[in-house]
Each structure stands twice: as C-alpha cells, then as structure tokens.
Design a binder for this molecule. Sequence first.
Ligand code: COA
Length: 246
Amino acid sequence: MHKRRAARPAAARPSGAKAAVAQASQLTSRALCALLRTADSSLLEDDGGDGRSLLLPELRLSIARPSELSFEEQDALFALLETNMRALYETSKSGWDAAEKRGEMYDPASRFLLLRPRDAGVASTLGGFLLFRFDTERCAIADPDGRAGGLVEVGYCYELQVDAASRGAGLGKVLMRHFEALALHAGMRKTMLTVFTSNECARRFYRHIGYGEDAITPARTLGPGESLSDYDYEILSRPLDWRGSR
Ligand SMILES: CC(C)(COP(=O)(O)OP(=O)(O)OC[C@H]1O[C@@H](n2cnc3c(N)ncnc32)[C@H](O)[C@@H]1OP(=O)(O)O)[C@@H](O)C(=O)NCCC(=O)NCCS
C-alpha cells in the first residue's frame, strides 16, 4: 500500500479526547472512504458500489456500520469469528458467550472493514474483516500520545479475522494499515487492541507489523497483590503520526 504523508484534516482538532471521539463518531462510512482516498491517491472508488467501497489490487475494501450490513453479511462475519476464535474464548477466563459477542459486534458504535476478492460480487466469500471503534481509553502519565486528563482518543480494534484459506496473503496487514490510516485521519492519537496471551500466532503477527505493549497492559499496571496469571490478555498499541497531521 502506498500511503502519502498524513493529510491535514479539514476540521480543526477538538480540544479533548471525548470531543475528538464525538467528532469522529459523526463520520459516515462514505466520509471514512473519502478520508482513505485522500490519504492514498492510489485507491480507486468502486464505481459500481455505494460510495463505501474502494478497489485495491485484487481486493475490494468496504466500510460499514452494523446497520449497513445485510443479515447475511452479519451472519457471515459472526461465523468467521466463531470459527477462528471460539476455542480460544472457551479456554479463556471470560468464556464464550455467543449472544454477548454478537451484541458487542453489532453495537451501533462498531465500524467494519471488509475484504473480498476485487472482481467477485458483494455476496462472494469474505476474505477477512476488522471491527473497530473510535473510543477513549485510559493513558499512563508517561504516554507520549496521552493527555493530561488521563484519557486519550484511540482507534480500538475489537476484531481482526482472516479466513483460514486466505491467511498469509497479506489480508490481515491490509486491514490493519487501512484501519490505522482511518484512525489517524479521523483525528485519533493511536491504535490499540487486546489479544489473548494464548493466541501466540496473532501476538507474533501484531509485533511483526509494529505493535508493542501499551503502557496500560496488565504486565505494566499490576496492583498490589495482583499477579500476571490473573490476566489472560495483553493490550498492544501503535502510535500514529498524529503530530505530523496537524
Ligand atoms: C492473525 C491474522 C489476522 C494474520 O492475518 P494474515 O492475513 O494471515 O497475515 P498477513 O498475511 O497479512 O501477514 C502480514 C505480515 O505478518 C507476517 N505474519 C503473519 N502471521 C504471522 C505470525 N503468526 N508470526 C509472525 N509473522 C506473521 C507475515 O509473514 C507478513 O509479513 P511481511 O509483511 O513481512 O511479508 C490471521 O492469522 C487470523 O485471522 N488468525 C485467526 C484470528 C485471530 O487470531 N485474530 C486476532 C485476534 S486478536
């Protein structure tokens, strides 16, 4: 992916983390699509689409809120998540609760990036998807991306799922890089995610693409009497070049 240097956002940056998230939350899927095109002029709009899809070499990237997904798409996304993750959840401290997971996935604040083969129809097999939200998160005092109030505006990746048959072909990285570009151009300061410590494959992948332990990950914030074995996840993040986007 060829990404140009961060473009100057059209609107002035809001002054607090909550205001920044409120502003980003107003952006429609079409507006997010336009942000990506501004950031990367090599991206083409899908002429036959609905203004929410972009053409990449060999792939079509679509952006959607839950209300913009058909029931079939919602089922396909959930099925991919369940196939990939159910066993990991079942052995985790939180367990697997399908209803709760569906509720979290299709919360109105959720945003989806979907990847399909470029020349196949919208009903074609989903190669992978990323689910994120614009949100505030706690930040450590020493966090260079943080704010004095202890909250920072972030793009939070809730799910990254690639179909087993499509892995190793760059889809996961394409999804992450477009998510990061969206977070930056929507005015967020960093991207974050939570990963099970037992998910060694994903942990290696995230480190390979530039993620490291966030200052609020359990290993760095254990309270008195707590031990790392109380937690079965870590919190990773990657700074965005938000200072360069002013
Ligand atoms: C983790 C996952 C999303 C990776 O997606 P993917 O499409 O297979 O990864 P990509 O092909 O985009 O890989 C991008 C880069 O990461 C590297 N990579 C991928 N998986 C890796 C791994 N397990 N360890 C080290 N490097 C890895 C690739 O070699 C590639 O490197 P390059 O850019 O230098 O060539 C995918 O394996 C998956 O969906 N797993 C199951 C669901 C899951 O665990 N999701 C994460 C939940 S937190």
